[in-house]
Write a protein that binds this ligand. Structure first.
Ligand SMILES: [Zn+2]
Length: 323
């Protein structure tokens, strides 16, 4: 049951394939959901129009006044100081798009913007696996790797809101090239695309038999490698062991730098579970102080597919608190 006076926000999860909107309350209830195709090739203005329409529909259905703010979780990189999305590979034609200005004009509401990883971190400490925790590192393992860092109860956003790129910490100075242009990032070992790359490489050799069997003629991806690993395939276990060790090295660095209470692992690749986390935990012991690990909990996201919506809601509630 909603409290009559409970603070609420309109949450928008802008993705490459879907725009999702919902009403999020301060106590973490999510309602009045909407979900449409992004149709990103239509360009930024059309996508922003769709977002504004969905926000209007959700607000009308929930009977929300104009004072209820909007939070947007968007792919990055973006500049939170100016509200401009700099560019994003998943949304063609998006370069220097003043998303906050345009959406605020279209909806006549206050609009807060952050990248989806940073929103995810806010969502986890406000509503999720790290509820009530003041010091969190959130790592979203997907096709790429995003995340965010909360310390002392505050999101670290940096000079232009671009902080918290936990996927692009370097774990091997001579490692593979990353999508960001750097070398040896965590993402180049433990992301969905990196695991797929390793699976494709090994599938061309005699050792790839188990992975090809698990793929059953379909495309190779992290889930296929996981299935082969669960069946005991040595090559698959080796790929995930390496990805897990890279994750552990990164978690060790984050533990030393931020001394968090909680590390939360989210994103689709987190479904690989202990296949990644077990080697990660083991590796972390080699890459961090024992004392920063003493009170640290490592857990999985509790928000699942709704991380973006909860995070966008948490962002708006934090940025525009009711007086
Ligand atoms: Zn990178």
């Amino acid at each position: 049951m909603l409290g009559v006076n409970e603070e609420q926000a309109l949450a928008v999860d802008l993705g490459g394939t879907h725009i999702r909107v919902a009403v999020v309350t301060a106590s973490g209830q999510l309602s009045h959901r909407r979900d449409i195709a992004t149709d990103a090739p239509d360009g930024p203005d059309a996508v922003i129009d769709r977002m504004a329409r969905l926000i209007g529909e959700g607000a009308a259905e929930a009977g929300l006044g104009d004072d209820v703010p909007v939070g947007v979780a968007s792919p990055g990189p973006l500049d939170t100081r100016t509200g401009v999305v700099l560019f994003t590979p998943n949304l063609p034609g998006w370069r220097d798009v003043p998303l906050v200005d345009k959406l605020a004009t279209a909806t006549r509401r206050r609009v807060a913007l952050a990248n989806d990883g940073n929103c995810g971190a806010l969502g986890e400490v406000r509503f999720g696996a790290a509820k009530g925790v003041d010091d969190l590192v959130y790592i979203a393992l997907g096709t790429g790797i995003g995340g965010g860092i909360v310390t002392g109860g505050h999101l670290i956003d940096g000079l232009r809101g671009m902080a918290g790129e936990v996927g692009h910490v370097v774990v091997a100075m001579d490692g593979p090239r990353c999508t960001c242009g750097a070398i040896g990032c965590l993402e180049s070992f433990a992301s969905g695309w990196a695991i797929r790359r390793e699976a494709e490489l090994v599938s061309r050799t005699a050792d790839g038999e188990g992975i090809l069997r698990a793929a059953a003629g379909g495309p190779l991806h992290a889930g296929v490698v996981a299935a082969a690993a669960r069946a005991g395939d040595a090559a698959a276990l080796q790929i995930l062991g390496r990805a897990g060790r890279a994750l552990g090295a990164a978690m060790g660095a984050f533990a030393n730098i931020f001394n968090p209470k909680s590390i939360v692992i989210g994103g689709g690749v987190a479904h690989l579970g202990e296949l990644l986390l077990e080697p990660a935990r083991a590796a972390m012991a080699s890459y961090s102080f024992v004392d920063v690990r003493r009170d640290l909990t490592i857990s999985y996201s509790a928000l699942g597919d709704d991380t973006g919506l909860y995070g966008a809601g948490a962002l708006a509630l934090a940025q525009f608190p009711r007086p």
